[in-house]
Structure formats: C-alpha cells, structure tokens
Write a protein that binds this ligand. Structure first.
Ligand code: NAD
Ligand code: ZN
Ligand code: ZN
Length: 376
C-alpha cells in the first residue's frame, strides 16, 4: 500500500525490497493487520509521515531471502514479526525494552524503530505489502509453531502483547478494579488480560455499541457507553464507593472522541499531540495512589495532561510501546494453552488490493469491524 496524504491510501507497484545489511531477511507477507495505530497515521496525526510510505507493523509471512549473517532463519520458514525493530544488543534491548532500541531509530531518543510507522519511528517500510525487508532478522522474528492458527500468529505481533503489557504496567493486584478506556482490539485484549493478573472487576468504556457487546462476552466484563453515562469520571467514582478505580488503562490514544475541546485543539488545529480525552478520564477516575497505564499512542509533542491531579492524587503513570519480543515466549504459551484466544478479534479478511476500502471500514468503524486483516 502507498500513503498519499491524510485519509488517502492506495495500492501501487513498488520495487521489490532488497537485502541492505547482512542481517536482513526478506519476508513474503501472508497476512497483515491494520491497527488503531495505523489510523493515527491515516488521519495525519503523526508527524513526518511521508507520502509514498508503506504502513503495516503487524504481519506474518514466509522467509524468501536472507542476508549472509542470518543464523536463526532459513528460506521457507514461516515467521511472525514483532512490530518493534530491535537490535538486541544495545543497553535498552538488553533490559528488555525492545520498543526503545537505541540503534534501530538512531536519529531519535524516544521510540525505537517500528515497521511502517513514519520517519519518527525510523522510516522503515511496513508489511501491508507483498514483500517486506526485515532488519535484525536474528532478533525479532519468531518461527510460527506448527499447530498455531495464522490469525493467532498475526495477533501475536502486536495486539496480544500490547493488551497484556497494558495490564502488566497497571500493576494489577488481586482484588483490583480495573477500568479500560477503549474497546478496540487493544482495549479488548487488555480487559481479557486484566483477569490474568488478579483483577476482580473489569470495566470497559467506549461509545461503539457493537464493540461493547463484543468485549462484554469476550473478556468477559462490564461495558458502558460513555455517551449514556453523563460524566464518565463521576460514574466510575460512583460505582467504586467514590474511591475511583485501582487501575485505569488508556487504550485509546490520540484519536479519542468525547470532548469537543480536545477534538478541536488536538485533532483539528493540531495544537496538541492528538486528543487526550481518555487520558484525562483515566487520571481523573483512578483512585488516590492508583496506577494509570497508557498504551494509547500520542504524537511526540505536547499534550494538555492534568498533571496537577497526577501530583495531588499520588498517581503512578506507566506507559510504553510494547516490548513484543520480551513477552512472546510467555504469550505463545498462553495462546497454545488456550489461556488467550486471539483469533475471534479478526472480523474482516480483505484482499490487499482493496486496502483503501479496508482503511475506510476500520477507520469509520463500519460493518461491526473490530480487526481487519489484509491478504496479499
Ligand atoms: N503502546 C503500544 O505499543 C501500542 C500498540 C498497539 C496499539 N497501540 C495504541 O492503542 C490504541 C488502541 O488501538 P486499537 O487498535 O484498539 O484502536 P481502535 O481505533 O480500533 O480502538 C480505539 C477505541 O477507542 C474508542 N474511543 C474513542 N474515544 C474514546 C474515549 N474518550 N473513551 C473511551 N473509548 C474511546 C473508539 O471508539 C475505539 O473503539 C491506539 O492509540 C493505538 O495506537 C499502542
Ligand atoms: Zn499495531
Ligand atoms: Zn537495541
């Protein structure tokens, strides 16, 4: 696919990617999902998203070529590829912070490289394509276990680890009440994973009814439409004896709706790095001393965050891009044992040729879409 500017993507022939470094591999893509993170690119909210780039950081495929130093993979291997590009050697990778690799996006000091995620994340082309170049081939890619369903494998490249890390960063303890903002794939998976850490009550907030219905059964959990709640913060306080939730998870990020002020300043005038509505609600509805876990993505510049409330309530904020590689061994096991069953999230299988229609459906939340996968 080819990005042509906000709200415009199309299919286009491009040169075949080549091995540029001895540790590169070329992967023939068999499935590539569209992510809520791609919508931030598509909506023009991520700086330095260049016309002509190929998105796609959630893909699986078959290795068709390897560079001379690649040891772990051979031609013909079926691999799932974490969305982070990590060197595996730098001080950050060594700590398990594979999303903050210091080498794969060396012009930046925040995020590491990400496939198909603008030049702020290294300018790599992504996997919503027939072929993709995978750097550091000995580090990221995992061979897909024989008995694993392809839909499960592709969801292990981002959605499952991100939902899991959202719950993990929340420091959930036995007996906790957890509120998840956002019932997209990430919020749905975060709600599901919250139980694994000992939550006794899980509440999801969104405004799209079909997604609320899905998460209610899938997680399973309580789910509320914020449009029917009046003030969602007051509602959460009211149902938690006026204490607030122990843990709040922002699984929405910069495309949030629900506040005219944030929509105008964050999404129309671009005076903030997107609309931080869910983040405001999270900070304001967590209890004193609670934890706010942010996996929703924001642009690198400023946001009007209610920092005074963070200080006065003694809140811990934890946030990051997910370290997919760190979590994969545990999560592959969870999927194989049936502890997590990701594939029901995939609602749409769309030929890569119809990528513009796929973005339109997912962006506008049409046709009960939860997660679309593109098939080249
Ligand atoms: N940190 C990471 O590593 C990482 C990885 C993957 C995705 N993400 C981010 O996670 C977020 C969610 O991704 P997704 O694929 O589920 O996206 P999505 O667009 O499918 O879902 C977002 C959901 O949030 C809902 N929403 C909008 N405003 C809201 C509000 N004020 N309160 C509650 N819900 C609201 C929308 O209706 C939608 O259902 C995105 O910001 C994405 O960039 C982060
Ligand atoms: Zn993603
Ligand atoms: Zn590194």
């Amino acid at each position: 696919m080819n990005y042509r500017g906000p709200f415009r993507v199309r299919i286009e022939e491009k040169p075949m990617p080549e091995i540029l470094h001895p540790n590169d591999a070329i992967v023939k893509v068999t499935r590539a999902c569209i992510c809520g993170s791609d919508l931030h690119l598509y909506h023009g909210l991520v700086p330095d998203t260049r016309v002509g780039s190929t998105f796609g950081h959630e893909f699986i495929g078959v290795v068709v070529e390897i560079g001379p130093s690649v040891q772990k993979l051979k031609v013909g291997d079926r691999v799932l590829v974490p969305f982070n590009i990590s060197c595996g050697q730098c001080a950050f990778c060594k700590q398990g912070l594979y999303g903050n690799c210091h080498e794969s996006n060396s012009m930046a000091t925040a995020v590491g490289g990400i496939f198909g995620y603008s030049h702020t994340a290294g300018g790599y082309n992504g996997g919503q394509a027939e072929y993709v170049r995978v750097p550091y081939a000995d580090v990221g890619p995992e061979i897909i276990p024989e008995n694993m369903h392809q839909d499960d494998a592709v969801l292990l490249t981002d959605v499952v680890p991100t939902g899991y890390q959202a719950a993990e960063m929340g420091g959930i303890k036995t007996g906790d009440t957890v509120v998840v903002f956002g019932a997209g794939p990430i919020g749905i998976m975060a709600a599901r994973c919250a139980w694994l850490f000992g939550a006794t009550r899980v509440i999801v907030i969104d405004h799209i009814e079909y997604r609320l219905d899905f998460v209610k059964k899938y997680a399973p959990c309580e789910a509320y439409n914020y449009k029917s709640l009046g003030d969602p913060v007051r509602f959460i306080k009211k149902i938690t004896d006026w204490f607030g939730a122990d843990v709040c998870i922002d699984a929405v990020g910069s495309d949030a709706s629900g506040s005219l002020l944030h929509t105008i300043t964050g999404k129309k005038l671009l005076l903030q790095a997107g609309a931080a509505t869910a983040l405001h609600w999270a900070v304001n509805s967590v209890k004193k001393g609670g934890i706010v876990s942010i996996v929703g993505v924001y642009g690198p510049t400023d946001n009007l965050v209610p920092i005074g409330n963070v200080v006065n309530k003694g809140i811990t904020i934890r946030a990051n891009q997910t370290s997919v590689k760190r979590l994969l061994p545990r999560l592959i096991e969870h999927v194989q044992n049936g502890v997590i069953d990701p594939k029901p999230l995939i609602t749409h299988r769309i030929p890569l040729q119809e990528v513009s229609e796929a973005y339109r459906i997912f962006s506008s939340k049409l046709d009960n879409c939860i997660k679309p996968v593109l098939i080249p």
